[in-house]
Design a binder for this molecule. Structure first.
Ligand code: F58
Length: 879
């Protein structure tokens, strides 16, 4: 028996082998006994959920591995062009339900597990989250590999198998964030296949003699494959993660000499490299270990891909760009530019020009931020010590690159001079120092002389320099990794229309002017399987029933078919009932995790993302504080007019991010006061969900009615939670920033609560207006006063947070919290007004979901495949 599948992903006759509950049950029992090692007299009833989860997962894994092997064999036989997605982060979350759902075995497994006396939901919660990412960028990579498999695109993800993922966040009794290690592998990981036979040597340090690198230290990269099931296709893709190991397990000599610590020192040092995910979501600290991690996974991945190429095409390296493309996810993997050059020249004996030609056709680069502090720049000293041969290569790339620009730059300078003739300088006397026999002048004078005489062509060329001087530290040279990537890539893209436009005008302006065709936009997307179909089963069922097809998760534009029901009162009622169920489910989870009781009638208003000043959780909490004040000072009669709200926050602050940690504490403090205030009752609740992660997101997003996408215009590259919320029919209050703009285009701007300055107004504010501006909204002043007067305690601790947006002598309110406040409050009032008209609210909600088709990561990936990668689908035939 075969299941019929939709051909929307290009697969004509693909299918998954079907299974019945009794055979699945037998599989599970067998795995419980032989994989988990449970004694047969305890199976199944005497086992805890964790053990049963492992047995179930092991049985699902069998299905995955079978299809995985068939996919990989088939692709190897067909030898199509492959895309390799290089990313330091993959934020996968849990795998059990996603695998069961994608394999179309949910009904079968639910039934089988039920017969064993368990339920799938409980087992689901026994799985640890794979949090190998910080936030948006890492989760995007996870959505992308899901779409690649679903679209049958030959491709792999490549990354690091961190032993410890994103830290666990606990909130202490004072509301302060504590960071705890994430020991995610403690219960084993049934989703990976260790490959002890797939290893590569990775060198560090050492010296270069006549272009030959002799590393001073060598370690091993060992592969772990993680099968990635597509949906309604037989394709199962691969995420290959690398673990760092020592070349020699053990220093036997040291051991025999009784030096036990020393005997295992090498092992510890090597293992450190893949030990922990750096938990900073914006700033880089230039740490050597971080560069080591980056080079480690890039080198292993490139060696692996080149070895596979060589096995098929021996030394026909000119063919490489037709067989492989490497997408670099932000600057973290960009050492690939130098490493690919090194492998081709030093290991495969190509000449420089041939190798460079190949590199520039094989690499592509995605930028995810314009925040200057997140653009990686490595001190030449650090890079040169760790990777001396690579520094040499980068240096050469830099000088050839600048040479190639000389003519253009010369012409530009002449053009400039024509328009703007330089002031004729008075003839200068030849300085003494330059006259033969004159005594040397002091260095200072010499330097000034040079500055004055700076060649305009040199100065113009320096703008393009990959290696440049640190503007903050004279004499310290830095390697600009983003510039290296731009020069070494065939395509450079931003992640939303406005962002791709901004990078052309700002951080890559000079490069864009030289090679405008290199620059593209690829607006982000999210997988509609995990983020709608699987996390919101109620809504998914209603959509399928209404559209009369279940093909929409693979063809999300079908959701436009919901538009015609936006005004249908019966449909609206069903739509609302599902939202209400999801709210109740969330309230139960929050009760269980935090002890807070939430009513389910109020408007559920949610902001979940990394805590950052630019994302402006602060603006949100200030408006909450003012709302609290208003309710508290209102008469019982007036109180009836308030629209009840539950405001929920979730997110982690980088451990060293001073202001972000204060914001976390403030939100928690406000919650502690508001939630127990009898004057407020159910009119306002403030919840901070601890340890926000993918799992929380799957519960929060389907329940949300309003989400906050309120970054300062021009700062959020795209945002992806905005898309997930939209798919689930959640209205947006937000600025014209990132992908909010494109969402507004799809849904109709009038259906969003848009406020605040737009991107074109921000620079003028920052540069001048903000300093003079004193027109503080009295409500803003009141909210700040309440923080400062100790309403929430800790007033001294919060003082500088309050000053940061109000005292221009101490801080410059770079993210414009104060000037955007009034319009934000206006938008909040609109929210309350519309929420009282439930039919109108529901109409909009339906229109959001109906307009979310564009934000499927299938669309994004198809664009990458067509416009950058030139990779075609290769559907795997059914078993
Ligand atoms: C995010 N970047 C953007 N960086 O902020 C967000 O707007 C966008 O939607 C998303 O990428 C996907 O394109 C982001 O998440 C990081 O987390 C990096 C982690 C490593 C250090 C530097 C930041």
């Amino acid at each position: 028996a075969r299941e019929i599948v939709s051909p929307s992903n290009g697969a004509s006759s693909t299918s998954r082998p079907s299974k019945d509950p009794s055979s699945v049950q037998a599989d599970v029992l067998q795995n419980l006994e032989f994989v988990v090692g449970a004694p047969s007299n305890k199976i199944p009833n005497g086992l805890d959920a964790k053990s049963v989860y492992r047995g179930v997962a092991a049985s699902v894994r069998e299905h995955l591995i079978d299809a995985f092997n068939r996919t990989q064999d088939y692709w190897s036989e067909k030898d199509p062009k492959f895309v390799y997605y290089l990313s330091a982060e993959f934020l996968m979350g849990r795998s059990l339900m996603n695998a069961v759902q994608n394999l179309e075995l949910t009904g079968t497994y639910s039934e089988a597990v039920k017969q064993l006396g368990y339920d799938l939901e409980t087992l689901r919660d026994a799985e640890q989250n794979a949090a190998l990412g910080n936030g948006g960028l890492g989760r995007l990579a996870a959505c992308f590999i899901d779409s690649m498999a679903t679209l049958n695109l030959p491709g792999w993800g490549y990354g690091i198998r961190y032993k410890y993922g994103m830290f666990k966040q606990a909130i202490d009794e004072k509301g302060y964030q504590q960071e705890l290690p994430d020991i995610w592998l403690s219960n084993g990981n049934p989703w990976e296949i260790p490959r002890p036979d797939i290893t590569f040597k990775i060198g560090f340090y050492g010296s270069v003699d006549n272009f030959k690198w002799s590393p001073g230290e060598t370690i091993i990269a060992k592969a772990y494959d993680n099968p990635i099931p597509g949906y309604k296709t037989a394709t199962v893709g691969n995420l290959r993660l690398w673990e760092a190991l020592p070349v020699d397990e053990f220093d036997l000599t040291a051991f025999n000499e009784g030096k036990y610590d020393k005997a295992v020192e090498q092992r510890r040092k090597a293992e450190d490299i893949s030990a922990v995910l750096y938990p900073n979501d914006a700033t880089e600290y230039g740490k050597e270990l971080r560069l080591k991690q980056q080079f480690f996974f890039v080198s292993a991945s490139l060696q692996d891909a080149l070895a596979r190429f060589k096995a098929k095409h021996s030394d026909n390296w000119q063919l490489l760009p037709e067989k492989a493309v490497f997408q670099m996810n932000d600057t973290h993997p960009t050492i690939a530019v130098a490493e690919l050059m090194r492998l081709l020249i030093d290991e495969q004996n190509l000449d420089w020009d041939t190798a460079w030609g190949i590199v520039q056709k094989t690499l592509a680069f995605t930028n995810h931020t314009v925040m200057p502090e997140a653009l990686e720049k490595w001190p030449v000293k650090v890079l040169g010590k760790l990777l001396p041969r690579h520094l040499e290569i980068i240096d050469k790339i830099d000088s050839i690159w600048k040479d190639s620009l000389k003519e253009k730059v010369l012409a530009q300078v002449e053009e400039m001079h024509k328009k703007n003739p330089p002031k004729p300088k008075a003839a200068k006397e030849v300085p003494l120092a330059k006259k033969a026999g004159a005594p040397a002048v002091p260095e200072q004078a010499e330097e000034e002389e040079e500055e004055e005489e700076e060649d305009p062509v040199e100065a113009a060329l320096n703008k393009y320099g990959i290696i440049t001087e640190n503007p903050w530290e004279k004499g310290v040279k830095l390697v600009n990794m983003a510039y290296l990537a731009v020069v070494g890539s065939k395509a450079v893209n931003g992640v939303a229309a406005i962002h791709s436009d901004i990078i052309k005008r700002t951080i890559f302006k000079d490069f864009f002017e030289l090679t405008p065709n290199k620059f593209q936009n690829k607006t982000n997307g999210v997988t509609p399987r995990r983020w709608l179909a699987w996390c919101n089963p109620g809504l998914a069922a209603l959509i399928t029933e209404t559209l009369g097809t279940d093909a929409w998760p693979n063809d999300l534009n079908l959701l436009t078919g919901l538009r015609q029901y936006a005004d249908d009162k019966d449909f609206q009622k069903k739509w609302r009932a599902i939202k209400h169920e999801n709210k109740a489910r969330l309230a139960a989870k929050i009760k269980e995790r935090t002890g807070i009781d939430l009513p389910t009638e109020p408007l559920y208003d949610i902001q979940i993302k990394r805590i950052h000043e630019y994302k402006r959780q602060y603006l949100n909490i200030l408006s909450v504080i003012y709302r609290y004040h208003e309710i508290k000072t209102a008469s019982p009669e007036e109180r009836k007019k308030f629209v009840p709200r539950v405001t929920i926050f979730g997110g982690k602050a980088a451990s060293a991010y001073y202001m972000a940690k204060k914001i976390v504490r403030l939100i928690n403090r406000v919650g502690m006061v508001v939630n127990k205030d009898p004057d407020v009752k159910d009119l306002l609740k403030v919840v901070f969900v601890p340890d926000y992660n993918v799992d929380w997101a799957e519960a929060l997003i389907p329940a949300a009615e309003l989400c906050q996408q309120i970054s300062t215009a021009g700062t959020e590259a795209s945002g992806t939670s905005n898309m997930k919320f939209q798919m689930n029919g959640c209205l947006i209050i937000g600025t014209m920033d990132g992908a909010n703009i494109e969402i507004a285009e799809e849904v109709g701007k009038e259906n969003l609560f848009i406020f605040g300055m737009d991107e074109s107004e921000v620079p003028a504010w920052r540069e001048g207006k903000r300093a003079e501006w004193k027109d503080y909204d009295p409500r803003f002043v009141k909210a700040l006063d309440m923080i400062k007067d100790g309403t929430f305690g800790d007033e001294e601790y919060f003082q500088d947070l309050a000053d940061s947006v109000s005292d221009m002598s101490k801080s410059n309110d770079w993210f414009l919290v104060a000037p955007d406040f009034t319009d934000y409050m206006r938008a909040q009032d609109d929210v309350d007004k519309i929420y009282q008209d439930q039919d109108e609210w529901t109409r909009r909600s339906i229109l959001y979901t109906a307009g979310s088709g564009f934000f499927s990561s299938d669309r994004t990936i198809k664009q990458y495949a067509d416009e950058i990668w030139d990779v075609k689908p290769v559907p795997v035939p059914a078993a």
